[in-house]
Ligand binder design. Structure first.
Ligand code: CA
Length: 244
């Protein structure tokens, strides 16, 4: 394995966003470190988890741009983790790392919702090429839902930045996640339960009131008139939808 060989950062980053965030879920420390070094040398921002449960929680809470997922993991294995993320409608690209020659793993991984797989041991170049390809593909697919223009407010759901004119607007990670969910289903009503499921995840137990409170704080930041919301519309007895 030549994962320890660092390559020079490319002059023009192939994934047209300055710093895509990659979550590495891998329990073996040397492998985790090697993957992380290799990605950081290329300008990626790296998040790490050393077991399946933490990995799932980080994936839900931090919404990375891509996940590198080992299969054999303590607490929750790669297949279960992958299936759980897809059940929660998380579309983050997942690159599975499988042991050599285990064709069954590969098939099971793709069935569970992984986008691609890489057989260990692999080269740095191959890993980076797969990562770039997956990020490119994801970017094309999410082109519409990536940026929102709500009146004078511009929101980048991927970079998690927002501004009103030239002034930065501070939204929390949960607020971005809620906007992203609504933007992905334009015109569709999102129930409070669905917000809880997708934005809060399966290990947290907030109440539907939590959703209303977060919507209220989001509205306070983006709506010109709180009494008469232009963008986040209440659908009584059901939930909310984004109108843009
Ligand atoms: Ca492992």
């Amino acid at each position: 394995m030549n994962l320890h060989i660092k390559t020079a950062p490319s002059a023009a980053h192939p994934a047209d966003k300055p710093f895509p965030r990659v979550l590495i879920i891998e329990d073996e420390l040397p492998m985790r470190t090697a993957l992380s070094d290799c990605l950081e040398a290329e300008g990626y921002r790296v998040l790490k988890a050393d077991n399946g449960e933490d990995g799932l929680n980080r994936a839900i809470a931090e919404m990375p741009d891509l996940i590198l997922l080992d299969i054999m993991l303590p607490r929750l294995d790669g297949f279960e983790l992958c299936a759980e993320l897809r059940r929660l409608a998380q579309t983050v690209p997942i690159l599975m790392l499988t042991a050599k020659g285990q064709i069954e793993d590969r098939v099971t991984g793709l069935d569970a919702g992984a986008d691609d797989y890489l057989v260990k041991p692999f080269s740095t170049r191959e890993l980076l090429a797969r990562v770039r390809a997956l990020l490119r593909r994801a970017r094309k697919q999410s082109g519409i839902a990536r940026k929102l223009a709500l009146g004078g407010i511009e929101i980048d759901l991927v970079a998690q930045t927002a501004r009103r004119g030239k002034k930065p607007l501070h939204l929390t990670a949960k607020e971005f996640a809620m906007l992203k969910l609504m933007a992905e289903c334009p015109g569709e009503v999102i129930s409070r339960e669905r917000f809880l499921d997708v934005v809060w995840g399966y290990t947290a137990f907030p109440t539907t009131r939590t959703v209303d409170n977060h919507i209220a704080s989001l509205r306070a930041k983006i709506e010109p008139e709180l009494e008469l919301p232009l963008w986040i519309i209440t659908v009584h007895g059901v939930g909310y939808r984004l109108q843009f």
